[in-house]
Design a protein around this ligand. Sequence first.
Ligand code: APR
Ligand code: PHB
Length: 391
Amino acid sequence: MRAQVGIVGAGPAGLTLALLLERAGIDCVVLESRTREYVEKRVRAGLLEQNTVDLLHELGVGERLAREGLEHRGIFLRHRGHTQHIDMAELTGRHITIYGQQEVVKDLIAARLDLGAPLHFEVSEVAIHDLEGERPRITYTHAGSEHELACDAIAGCDGFHGVCRPSIPLGLLTEHESVYDFGWLGILAEAAPTTDELIYGWHENGFALYSMRSPRISRLYLQVPADEDIERWPDERIWEELQTRLAAEGWSVGEGPIFEKGIAPLRSFVAEPMQHGRLFLAGDAAHIVPPTGAKGLNLAVNDVRLLAAALVDWFRTGSSAGLDGYSTAALRRVWRAQDFSNYMTQLLHDLGGGEFQQGLQLARLEYLERSEAAARSLAENYVGLPAAGDF
Ligand code: APR
Ligand code: PHB
């Protein structure tokens, strides 16, 4: 079997890349280890930057997003019952949109299957070979038989635990990592949100976030120790702690039946460079950000926007200049997002530093309130710097 580009992983990175390439007449095969049902139901974050929304519209997959996505002007920061609004639309002229990552994935899968383009679920024993040559290969098992796909280039879009990054020979990759000693307990509840925009809450007990998925579904998070046992968090305790950490006078969090509950660790990770020979990494395969800045999905989409443009140029003109510069271009935005995600995490979480640290955090929150320059800096990072150029 042959394809110009073999794509490993059908998350937001792999699926968006596949659509960008097919649109330019480049054929690709997407290989995914999970079932379609699993990837469509996997609950992840749900905040899209305007760049991401614009790209999904450009790709013709924005119809449901336009109907069901919730466009927000900004966010609230809350501490000690005091609420501050960061009006991102006013500060930057740009918006953010709430739309679950699995909804994006559903729309992208439907678009690919509509094209009749190859997307194989439940593949196993995926391995990549001959990355340094002109004809890299992917071998895998699908529906009980072994396959080999010969490509011109391979896109490693297989997430943090995938096989592509570890296929790069030892010593060629530098990995930077910082693991936090806390995680996020996240819930989905059948409860009408009692806020119209997200609330990022600072509290002595730890961070809390009030987000949503629709006018009837709330998504909420609590900072918990990294090794926390979910059994220690029955529903009543979750609601009680959310009410405490997000409290404001005359107001409460809207409660309802919880239908999804899980704990995820927080990690900052970057692998450099994001390419080796004919293998190009994109999305979580190359980097992870803590979710406080809501950047994970948006970074994945930015990577493949750059990668697709470079691949199209290479196939059309034979020039590898774009591909050669892919990692450098993508990493500029990755490090910007790492810095911002780290800043938001340090601003709002209990980092274990006691009263001195709390004093610094409260001073920073107050500065955001008093200084438009400080608020604008947060806002332009949060909504995402414009996609023009290589940022
Ligand atoms: N072979 C084929 N597919 C694989 C393999 C493999 N060996 N290993 C992993 N995969 C698949 C996973 O099942 C997953 O569907 O690769 C896909 C990677 O998708 P994501 O983890 O969603 O990563 P990405 O597309 O880079 O999107 C990044 O996802 O983790 C969130 O918050 C993160 O929003 C960000 C986004
Ligand atoms: C979410 O809605 O899941 C969400 C929103 C903002 C974040 C993280 C997660 O910073």
